[in-house]
Ligand binder design. Structure first.
Ligand SMILES: Nc1ncnc2c1ncn2[C@@H]1O[C@H](COP(=O)(O)OP(=O)(O)OP(=O)(O)O)[C@@H](O)[C@H]1O
Ligand SMILES: [Mg+2]
Length: 255
């Protein structure tokens, strides 16, 4: 589904992502973990065209996407959520999903301006679709509320609903469990599994919440200082001495 080949991304002298190779198989849940500053979010920004890598190539279903604009990559079927939630807080919950759906609407600016039948039809079906997506993510009871009034865990689910609106083949989730309580993160696990199982969407998950990662991942890649230091099944990664070292090192640094 996704091939990341020899990707390097630098910020000045800092090598944030250092010659990373990852292959993500279709319909898997593939997690990327690593200490703070390991380069995980930077890698997502390379995958989605926000940053151009200095080296390397990214392919989606065999076609190169690196070097393309973010909106082209999104249109090719790559959806994402953000580590720092990026909702339109003063818009209603369902309107936030509509924003995602408008990537797919066919009418022109003039249709919208003149309220042509094509525009009205498009808007009606977009609204129906938005409500369906809110149902799917367990947020339909919040549809009319302002996004900023939702509790944190529900804002993260709303980001997922919006990302699903672009009908992705590949969904990139950047720390979706951050700030969630145990029951919210349990519900999130179920939602991620459902998205993969029912919708057949491939998922790449960045997450610090180890219980979530270990329970739902088919495969895990570990980054540290921009480099891939380990990869394998949850059991393989958990027992890898280099991984344990990287995590112990980082928590020691924080103290
Ligand atoms: N736009 C930027 N300009 C300069 N340096 C950056 C930029 N974005 C990230 N970095 C640096 O690149 C490194 C990797 O950052 P990144 O955000 O990718 O880490 P991360 O693995 O997502 O960490 P976290 O778990 O804390 O989210 C860090 O040292 C960070 O300070
Ligand atoms: Mg990050």
């Amino acid at each position: 589904m996704l091939v990341i080949e020899n990707i390097t991304k630098k910020f000045g002298g800092l090598v944030a992502v250092d010659d990373v190779n990852i292959r993500v198989a279709p319909k898997t849940i593939h997690s990327i973990i690593g200490p703070n500053g390991a380069g995980k979010t930077t890698l997502f920004n390379v995958l989605t065209g926000v940053y151009k890598p200095e080296h390397g190539i990214v392919k989606l279903e065999g076609h190169r996407i690196s070097g393309h604009l973010p909106e082209h990559i999104a249109a090719r079927g790559v959806g994402r959520t953000f580590q720092n939630i990026r909702l339109f807080g003063s818009m209603k919950v369902f309107e936030n999903v509509l924003v995602g759906l408008h990537v797919h609407t066919r009418y022109t600016y003039f249709d919208a301006l003149l309220h042509t039948p094509r525009f009205v039809r498009g808007e009606d079906s977009a609204r129906t679709k938005a409500i369906q997506l809110l149902d799917y993510t367990g947020l339909s009871h919040r549809a009319e509320e302002l996004a900023r009034n939702l509790p944190y865990g529900e804002q993260r689910r709303l980001e997922i609903a919006r990302a699903l609106a672009v009908q992705p083949k590949l969904l990139l989730l950047d720390e979706p469990a951050a700030g969630m309580n145990p029951s919210e993160s349990a519900a999130l696990k179920d939602l991620i599994r459902k998205i993969r199982g029912e919708l057949g969407i491939t998922i790449v998950l960045i997450e610090h919440h180890m219980q979530v990662v270990m329970e739902i991942s088919d495969r895990i890649t570990v980054l540290d200082y921009g480099k891939k230091i380990a990869e394998g099944t949850p059991a393989e990664v958990r027992d890898n001495p280099e991984v344990i070292e990287a995590y112990l090192g980082s928590s020691a640094l924080k103290k």
